[in-house]
Ligand binder design. Structure first.
Ligand code: FE2
Length: 312
């Protein structure tokens, strides 16, 4: 490994190893563990140390058991290979290192194969509280412990099935404009549903709050986890499909509206219903607003099965 790369570490926004892989069009990469700098490991140690008491207070039990089952190290960035050995035995899921954003269909298709695209860079120590893009703490400490739970893991696989259904249902639309419009609505509905469940979901839980968190965006955010459970400014509602698929996501501040599921079996049933609604045409005209569906996402849904999808 060139010395210059090792010195710069794998810090989000300053990781030549990752940025060069991306510029070569390589989406799936190695973790290159030896490149993490002492500062990178220190960032993980600080993030993990301050989150742990909050997890014990606000996270759902399955998440806490997942942290234990994977034996997430408190003092250094985890090796994906170590995590994957344990995860494989529990649900067959694997954390797979990627160089950046994974376009929609490719992301959901990974889930169908029980692979979770995982960012390997970590935020700089002077930006512990807010980072718009995912990092390894969000992906590995926020998402992956949930992948040890069977019903939750099966739910992620069903998201992958939904993406394949979307492709099947739109493949024969000859008019490109019509196909683009149809797919934009369906991807928006799927993305919103994913956002308000896998990323920011709440679940009925024990007293005193009566709710707990399972969404990774909450479980990897020191400030937002407590805010989501305790703040009077947050509106929390039992999840409703027709609302979630039409609710715009908020990306640059704490979520003002959150949705509560009863259990992971409940969540699994909801993804079944999402796919049923897709087949019935109920996702064809959702409300405008975030998230924006970009060209790479659309291309990933249009290109699969017919030609090679170029990772953006
Ligand atoms: Fe995430």
């Amino acid at each position: 490994m060139p010395q210059a790369l090792a010195v710069q570490g794998l810090t989000t926004g300053h990781a030549p190893f990752v940025e060069e892989a991306r510029s070569r069009g390589e989406l799936y990469i190695e973790q290159a563990y030896e490149l993490y700098s002492p500062e990178n490991h220190d960032a993980w140690r600080r993030l993990f140390g301050r989150m742990r008491p909050h997890w014990e207070q606000y996270a759902n039990d399955h998440f806490l058991r997942g942290v234990e089952a994977l034996n997430l190290p408190p003092d250094r960035v985890p090796r994906l290979s170590e995590i994957n050995r344990k995860l494989q035995l529990l649900t067959g899921f694997q954390a797979k290192a990627v160089s950046g954003y994974v376009p929609g269909f490719l992301f959901f298709d990974c889930l169908k194969r029980r692979e979770f695209p995982t960012t390997i860079t970590i935020r700089p120590v002077n930006r512990m509280d807010y980072l718009p893009e995912p990092d390894i703490f969000h992906d590995l400490a926020g998402h992956v412990p949930m992948h040890t739970e069977k019903a939750f893991a099966d739910t992620l696989v069903r998201f992958g099935d939904c993406a394949h259904t979307a492709v099947e249902m739109t493949a024969d639309i000859k008019d490109v404009r019509e196909r683009t419009l149809r797919l934009t609505n369906i991807i928006k509905a799927m993305s919103r549903f994913f956002w308000f469940t896998v990323e920011f979901g709440l679940m009925r839980g024990p007293a005193p709050e009566g709710i707990c968190a399972y969404g990774s965006g909450l479980l990897s955010s020191y400030g937002e986890l407590q805010h989501a459970i305790e703040s009077e400014e947050v509106q929390r509602y039992p999840i409703q499909m027709e609302w979630v698929i039409n609710q715009g996501a908020e990306i640059d501040h704490y979520q003002p509206i959150l949705f509560i599921v009863d259990s992971f079996d409940h969540l699994f049933e909801l993804v079944d219903r999402l796919e049923r609604w897709m087949r019935e045409g109920k996702l064809n005209n959702v409300a405008p607003g975030l998230p924006e569906i970009n060209e790479g996402d659309l291309r990933s849904f249009m290109g699969c099965g017919t030609s090679r999808v170029t990772p953006l």
